[in-house]
Design a protein around this ligand. Structure first.
Ligand code: PMP
Length: 295
């Protein structure tokens, strides 16, 4: 863990970095967050993450006390303070301290917290061999309830699905919607390859608009891989030739078994491998430098 936690303008040692038990982030999950990472001293897609944070906050009518430019500088400073080259960054904005009622208007000031930690990856073996996942009974929040495009502090929907996945012996679970269409994993987006075409569900169906997902879409365009955003069912998922998940922490991880059906030949597919390679190259050359002397 990095040593310095940012809270509302101050950098504090971990032991002193505390928020009130009356914070509505704790009491009600009222707040928003972002998860970012650095590759070799550069923050990957910083602006996109900041943009999504402000969009999430706008949706829940939470005013972030910094401008986007100030936020960018603050995140860079937080990484610098912790002196890490490969880090995971968590930005949290809570509604702040209120009373025991729900009313957000009684919370006078949002709390802004930035944690910089070491990145914990899935074991390399899983990237080489692929994941086994299951679809689970808990559906993703419908867009008319809590739209999954909002990256809110309220992750119980995903946590329930994660528990169900783990109960079936899998570390990741695939969530569906009320109609049975495939949406996303508990903390990652999903792609399949169906007869040569790369497919991922469209965001309006009720998924997080993943930043890694967007990078993969760009890679597919650059590599000339046919791509479409389209809803698909478990039938198409089971019969896909390839499947993989995408996320800031997971990056691109192949899926080789779903609900005990083998995907393709049961090994990470050729398109998945090409996309992973291209992704790795992009992460090595892009990003906002944290340490200015190394530009
Ligand atoms: N879906 C959900 C529900 C997530 O929590 C995440 C990770 N934050 C993702 C997808 C992947 O998004 P990203 O690529 O921006 O990390």
């Amino acid at each position: 863990m990095g040593n310095w936690i940012y809270i509302n303008g101050e950098f504090l040692p971990v032991e002193e970095a505390k928020v009130s038990v009356f914070d509505h982030g704790l009491l009600y999950g009222d707040g928003v967050f972002e998860g970012l990472r650095t590759y070799n001293g550069r923050i990957f897609r910083l602006e996109e993450h900041i943009e999504r944070l402000y969009r999430s906050a706008h949706f829940i009518m939470l005013r972030i006390p910094l401008s986007k430019e100030e936020m960018k500088e603050t995140i860079l400073e937080a990484v610098r303070r912790n002196n890490l080259k490969d880090a995971y960054i968590r930005v949290v904005v809570t509604r702040g301290v209120g009373d025991l009622g729900l009313d957000p208007d009684k919370c006078l000031r949002p709390n802004l917290i930035i944690i910089v930690d070491k990145i914990t990856l899935y074991p390399e073996k899983l990237y080489e061999e692929g994941l086994e996942v299951v679809t689970v009974p808990t559906i993703r929040n419908p867009i008319t309830a809590l739209n999954p495009q909002v990256k809110s502090l309220n992750y119980l929907n995903n946590i329930l699905a994660k528990i169900e996945g783990k109960n079936s012996g899998c570390i990741e679970a695939i969530m569906l919607n009320q109609e049975g269409f495939v949406l996303e994993a508990t903390g990652d987006n999903i792609f399949i390859v169906d007869r040569g075409t790369l497919i991922t569900p469209p965001t309006h169906i009720g998924i997080l608009e993943g930043i890694t997902r967007q990078v993969v879409i760009e890679i597919a365009r650059d590599l000339g891989i046919p791509f479409k955003e389209e809803v698909f069912s478990r039938y198409q998922l089971f019969n896909a030739q390839e499947c993989f998940l995408t996320g800031t922490a997971a990056e691109i991880i192949p899926v080789v078994k779903v609900d005990r059906r083998r995907i393709g030949d049961g090994k990470p597919g050729a398109i998945t491998k090409r996309i992973r390679k291209a992704f790795r190259e992009i992460t090595m050359r892009e990003g906002e430098p944290v340490y200015t002397d190394e530009v």
